[in-house]
Design a protein around this ligand. Structure first.
Ligand SMILES: Nc1nc2c(ncn2[C@@H]2O[C@H](COP(=O)(O)OP(=O)(O)OP(=O)(O)O)[C@@H](O)[C@H]2O)c(=O)[nH]1
Ligand SMILES: [Mg+2]
Length: 672
């Protein structure tokens, strides 16, 4: 399947999933099986799938054909070049292409001067007034291409200004731009560009990141330590006419090699194979040349030759625009599209399916727990009523009193639950405090201070190591506190189950190993980055500031996710207490009401027993329907729904006479 087809398929699956979640949620509501924990899990699953983005970043030295490749793969349908691609340095600032329905189609450009201020790129994103905005007309490819040419704009500034902006380093003079006769040097006009357009692939969640060459990528630490490591795929490009140069290798080492152990796709492209096409040579000879280049590139990058995909972006674009099938085949662009779709989309889908399956399984387990409690009550009631057969009204009267007495005893569980809840809230507050941003800032403060000092920082790696040790420690302590909550709640749940007949079951506490891994990856990205000569750049305090900002925004992401997981876990536990308390209260009301009816009418007992029997059957159907609604196989295929099971399952016997007697438990809120 081509990249586009695969992407369409992925999108179709996401829509199907959203529809299934909606059915599930309505079904749960209709049966009064929704609680705060389940609702939150459903919201998360929906969010996870809706917000799913696939970022493909193109990274290479200038002029290797990144922008041309983007044109050829994604934008040939416009019949022309959309991203500017020309000889020499063209794309001057990182350019992100995506789609946000909330914003009209436009190009937004962040001025380079913002580098002089401490905000991170992430922070600038939420300051729209700082960006220059140009509306785009997607139906007019010429206007589109002209507007996007702005990403190639440059400015001439003094060496001092270039230094302040991060494009001039006295320590590495060979990388500095050449001053003109006027002593000025050329720097990018813009720091970052965001293109928002309703292209079909972008609308479905694809994000494309085009980057400028070597020195320009390194100038923006956030790109290196955040944007690129978080992309689902990074395409690295070499050019057949240039071989593997020293700067190609520097980019490979700095941006691609460190992520080698990650599951995400890293693709290597040998572009411009058309420069080897030559009318005087035989096709066999040309093929041998291409193979030799692939082998050589693979050897230098320490890859297998099969991992290097040879293409011609330019001829591929031309072939697509002209509809020339023979040329398209010769450009081999399809090989690359295939690799992208297998390597990126198929994997992405697997990860997503895995997460969603896990979420659905938890929802099912939690709802089943509640159904189990309800079933048990049905059985008890049936036994109670069966025992009354043939008994006189005095016995029934006694039974009625017994129910009232039991009900009164049960009400004492309310106070116990309150007590448990207040201990739980206190523990939770401590726990979330460990993962909060105040704490995070405190743990990183020393590192931030060290980076802010002017001068070359030889001890920076040690400061990093210490800061990450402290962060790991904070996560570790949060996990330990979580275990304490687990012990406390587990014991309380067991007591409540035996004493008051609840069916409470504590979900497992979230596993933090994923966050420890994330932390490790952030640390590795930073150390790798500093290990590559960038440590010299740290002599500049603004650079240190930017690096700290970039670090903070990633760490915040990790800690927030950990806190969210903990919060959800606690919500589920608290919601169980609430709903089971409510179910039990309601059940007492029903029993008392049934007794009253039985006392009043002859034959009332048989009617009630029959009703309960029906309720048991309905409950079986409810379980079966729940299994179907939450069913998802490992390939992401949903279980087919049996329409018969969607019938209203609430039998009359389940409904109490007077809703006011249900007794609502007050809602639990998580402290922030
Ligand atoms: N012959 C040939 N030229 C190509 C091919 N791909 C790109 N080019 C040309 O190479 C030049 C550079 O291409 P770009 O796409 O601008 O390269 P880039 O990697 O985006 O470069 P920067 O934006 O400067 O970082 C342009 O003139 C392209 O037309 C190709 O497959 N064959
Ligand atoms: Mg470019």
């Amino acid at each position: 399947m081509s990249f586009e087809q695969e992407f369409d398929e992925h999108h179709a699956w996401r829509k199907l999933f959203a529809a299934r979640l909606k059915t599930l949620s309505e079904w749960l509501e209709a049966r009064d099986l929704m609680d705060a924990g389940v609702r939150e899990r459903l919201d998360r699953a929906r969010e996870q799938v809706n917000a799913d983005k696939v970022t493909v970043a193109f990274v290479a030295e200038f002029s290797r054909g990144k922008s041309e490749l983007i044109n050829a793969i994604f934008f040939a349908g416009y019949g022309r070049r959309i991203m500017p691609a020309s000889a020499g340095r063209t794309t001057m600032c990182p350019t992100e292409l995506g789609y946000d329905p909330e914003v009209a189609p436009c190009l937004r450009l962040l001025p380079i001067d913002t580098r002089l201020q401490p905000q991170s790129l992430l922070e600038w994103r939420s300051a729209p007034e700082k960006w220059e905005r140009i509306d785009l007309d997607v139906n007019d490819p010429t206007q589109l291409a002209q507007a996007i040419e702005k990403v190639a704009e440059v400015r001439r500034v003094s060496v001092a200004d270039a230094r302040a902006l991060g494009f001039w380093h006295d320590e590495t003079p060979e990388d500095n731009p050449l001053p003109g006769a006027d002593g000025l040097v050329e720097v990018p006009h813009w720091r970052h560009a965001l293109i928002n357009m309703a292209h079909p692939l972008l609308k479905q969640g694809l994000v494309i990141l085009d980057t400028p060459g070597l020195n320009a990528i390194g100038a923006e630490p956030e790109l290196t330590v955040s944007l690129l490591p978080q992309a689902q795929a990074v395409v690295f490009i070499l050019a057949a006419d240039a071989g593997v140069s020293k700067s190609d290798l520097a980019i490979w080492r700095e941006h691609l090699a460190p992520a080698a152990e990650r599951r995400d796709a890293r693709l290597v492209v040998l572009n411009k194979i058309d420069t080897l096409w030559d009318d005087l040579s035989t096709p066999e000879y040309i093929e041998a040349q291409i193979q030799r280049q692939r082998e050589h590139s693979a050897q230098v990058l320490e890859l297998a030759p099969s991992q290097v995909i040879a293409v011609s972006a330019q001829k591929g674009l031309l072939a697509k625009v002209r509809g020339d099938e023979a040329l398209l085949a010769e450009s081999r662009l399809v090989d690359l599209e295939q690799a992208l779709s297998d390597g990126v989309l198929v994997q992405r889908r697997q990860i997503l399916v895995g997460q969603v399956r896990e979420g659905l399984a938890t929802i099912r387990a939690e709802v089943e727990q509640r159904l189990y409690a309800r079933d048990r009550e049905l059985v008890e009631q049936l036994q109670e009523l069966e025992g009354l057969r043939g008994k006189n009204s005095t016995v029934i009267q006694q039974m009625r009193r017994r129910i009232e007495q039991e009900q009164a005893e049960f009400e004492s569980s309310g106070a116990r639950i309150q007590a448990i809840r207040s201990v739980h809230m206190r523990q939770l507050k401590d726990l979330l405090g460990l993962l909060g941003s105040t704490r995070l800032k405190a743990e990183v403060a020393q590192l931030a201070e060290a980076l802010r000092q002017p001068g070359i920082k030889f001890g920076v790696k040690k400061v990093y190591a210490e800061a990450f040790d402290r962060l790991r420690d904070a996560l570790g302590r949060a996990q330990t506190l979580g275990a304490e909550v687990q012990t406390m709640l587990g014991a309380s749940f067991r007591d409540l189950n035996t004493e008051f007949g609840f069916a409470l079951q504590l979900p497992d506490q979230p596993d933090f190993s994923r966050y420890l891994e994330d932390l490790q990856m952030v640390e590795r990205n930073h150390l790798q980055y500093l290990g590559l000569g960038n440590v010299l750049k740290l002599a500049n305090p603004e650079f240190g500031e930017r690096l700290t900002k970039a670090l903070m925004s990633r760490l915040q992401g990790v800690f927030e996710s950990a806190a969210n997981d903990m919060d959800l876990w606690n919500k589920s536990a608290a919601a169980q207490l609430d709903t089971q308390l409510r179910d039990r209260r309601r059940n007492f009301a029903r029993r008392a009401e049934a007794m009253a009816r039985i006392q009043l009418a002859a034959g009332g007992l048989d009617t009630r027993i029959e009703e309960l029997g029906k309720a048991q059957l309905a409950s079986e159907r409810t379980r079966a329907a729940l299994a179907q609604l939450t069913g998802l196989d490992a390939d992401g295929a949903f279980t087919e729904l049996d329409p018969a099971l969607a019938e209203p399952a609430v039998a009359a016997a389940e409904l109490p006479a007077d809703p006011a007697s249900w007794g609502e438990a007050e809602e639990v809120r998580t402290p922030v």
